[in-house]
Each structure stands twice: as C-alpha cells, then as structure tokens.
Design a protein around this ligand. Structure first.
Ligand SMILES: [Fe+2]
Length: 363
C-alpha cells in the first residue's frame, strides 16, 4: 500500500505543495496505486518517488502518459522549436524520455559520447554575476511551464529523474531586482512555485482580470524570444527590441499560434492556477475584446502579477539525490533550473512530458 508524507520544507517556508510517496512499484503500476498517485498529484502538485534509478524509460513514459492516455509525442516539436533543438536528446528506445544535464558522458542508455549543457545565466541574463563573486551565487534561469506553446498543447505532467547529481556545495540565488531577496539552495536544484498560490495572492480585481483574459504566445515562441535578455529573477524578459523579426523566423502557420486561458483549472479540485509562461507571451486578450499588444506593457503587467509568488518563502528548491523522481503538475506549477556548474561537474537527468491531447481548461 503506498504511503504519502508531506515534504519537509525549510523553516520559514510557506510552500504548501509537494508530497513523497513510498511503497509504490512504478515499473508495474496497478490501477489502484495509480489512482492514489493521480489523487496526490492533483492535490499536492508535486510527488517525489525515491530510489527509482532502476526504473525503465518505458515505465517513466507510461507513468507520464497515464495522466493523458491519448497523448503520445514529446511536448516539444524538434523542427518547429529549432532554437531549443540543442537541448533535445531522446533515449533511443524511448525517444519521449529526454536526457538533460551537464558535462561529458561516455555512455548512457544507448547514447555514446554525449555532451550536455546545464543552462548558465551568463548566456541568457543581462545582469551576470561577476567572476569575483565566484561560485557562491547564481540566478533562477527561466521560470516556465513545459510547453511548446505553438502547435502542441501544454503537457499535463512532467516526470524528472535524477540519475547523477553534482553534490558538495550550495549556491545562493540572488534575485537581483532591488528587493534584496535571496535564497540558499542546493547546487543545480530545480525550483518550483505554485500557480495556485500565485493566483490566490492577487487582489480580487487582478483575479478577475486573470480569470477573464487570455495569453497569446508568439509564433515559434522560443526562437522569437531567444535573443532577448532575461530579467535577473528569471521571471521576465527585457524589452529592448532584440526579439527576432517575422522574416527571421521559419514560416508561420497561423493555425498553430496559441491563445490560452491565463487561469488553468485543476481537474480534481477545481482550483485555479495562474499559468502564464512569461518569456514567450506576446499579447493579452481582455474580456472586453480589446488586445494589449504593446510588448513592454504585456511583460510589465505579467511581472507585477507573477512576481509576488516567487519570493523565497514560496519557492521549493528540490535537493536532488540520485534516483529521485519528481512527478509534477505542469498545469499547476512553474519551475526553473538553477545553478552555475563548472565544466567538470556531471549532472544527468531523465525528463518526460507529452503534448496534451487537449488544451488546458480555463475557468
Ligand atoms: Fe522544464
């Protein structure tokens, strides 16, 4: 019988999501056990399974798919999203399970001599932490939902397993936005925040705005936004005219442009989460039919609405141990990679999410 415990959070934490489930055989998951996992996922948004290093990629894929049986393809389309092409590397026998990480790996699951890159904020952010500040400090990379946001529906859940993690040091995440906020975190953590908390923290007027407005994402969104520089919190993008022009993008198929609710409904509890990917949003469609299409205005507005929920007390920074598998509600959390790794640090993860069979449900 699976047993469920709340995750232990650090003193002062106001994180209200996350459980660990023991005693469940994910390789041969019964319908009864899946019902428990499903219920836990939608009530707690994040489920940790320990000691999963022997779980087959097939079982990881099947667990992910079980939340949306009609889904099949990986959540991103390699050809449409060529700006993030460099991050795609599927397990040969189960290509929906992707290898992520950092460093040179001689051999892994049928792949040979692979080179992985952990995103480093110096490549994406405008405010880079100086060499003199050394290894002790880092930034959130980019808060996001796992979603192509062009052509493919946002995956319902993501599974993420730590195969190998660099240990032995911690880094302080600097918010760098004048707030003075910072967060001590394990090296190369994955940080999560609650979209439900983000929604609940808003004023009634802002909640009404979120409930009744829609987010339009740019075509080829990651390709479009790639040249723009991230804000130091990783929650927004500076508007400096760096985004690619339409003429610099692959041909655009208007039918693939996504206009999604800003609040996504939890299918079990009915609660709403503020689920907007702040980097690739392009326009806001308001309830009265008007459209906010001034990019800076769109970003400033989203930043004001989303920023309160990334303060340190609301962030869950998972302290990865090898064999940990985290299953998370991709329609209820935002997350980001974190950390500045050295060239000889090795980090290997297995990640799976599947383009959903339907768009997210709004209010
Ligand atoms: Fe992600």
């Amino acid at each position: 019988m699976p047993s469920i415990q709340a995750l232990k959070h650090v003193p002062g934490s106001a994180v209200d999501f996350g459980v660990a489930i023991d005693n469940v055989d994910l390789e041969n998951l019964t319908d009864d056990d899946f019902a428990i996992v499903h219920d836990a996922l939608y009530h707690h948004h994040l489920v940790l399974f320990k000691n999963q290093k022997d779980l087959s990629p097939k079982a990881q894929y099947e667990l992910t798919k079980r939340f949306d049986p009609a889904s099949e393809k990986y959540g991103h389309d390699k050809t449409a999203d060529n700006s993030i092409h460099e991050y795609f590397m599927g397990v040969p026998d189960q290509p929906q399970v992707q290898i992520k990480g950092h460093g040179f790996i001689k051999s892994f699951m049928g792949l040979q001599d692979i080179k992985l890159w952990h995103p480093h904020h110096s490549r994406t952010h405008r405010e880079v932490i100086s060499e003199e500040q050394g290894d002790a400090y880092t930034r959130f990379n980019r808060w996001h939902i796992d979603a192509a946001l062009y052509g493919l529906n946002p995956p319902k859940v993501t599974t993420l397993m730590a195969v190998q993690v660099p240990k032995g040091r911690r880094q302080t995440i600097l918010y760098g936005d004048g707030s003075g906020e910072e967060l001590d975190a394990p090296l190369a953590t994955t940080a999560f925040i609650s979209g439900q908390k983000m929604f609940n923290m808003l004023s009634p007027e802002d909640q009404e705005f979120i409930r009744t407005s829609k987010a339009e994402y740019a075509p080829h969104p990651y390709n479009w936004v790639k040249p723009a520089k991230m804000h130091p919190t990783g929650l927004s993008v500076y508007t400096e005219g760096r985004e690619k022009l339409e003429s610099e993008l692959p041909p655009i198929d208007p039918s693939k442009i996504q206009i999604l609710p800003m609040a996504w409904k939890n299918p079990v509890t009915g609660n709403l989460s503020l689920q907007v990917h702040p980097a690739p949003i392009r326009k806001i469609h308001c309830a009265d039919g008007s459209i906010i299409d001034n990019l800076k205005e769109v970003r400033d507005l989203m930043y004001r609405l989303q920023r309160p929920a990334i303060s340190p007390q609301y962030v869950y920074a998972h302290d990865w141990e090898e064999g940990d598998m985290v299953l998370f509600n991709n329609h209820g959390l935002l997350h980001t990679v974190v950390g500045s790794l050295k060239p000889d640090d090795i980090r290997v993860f297995r990640q799976c999410n599947l383009a959903a069979s339907e768009p997210p449900e709004g209010p």
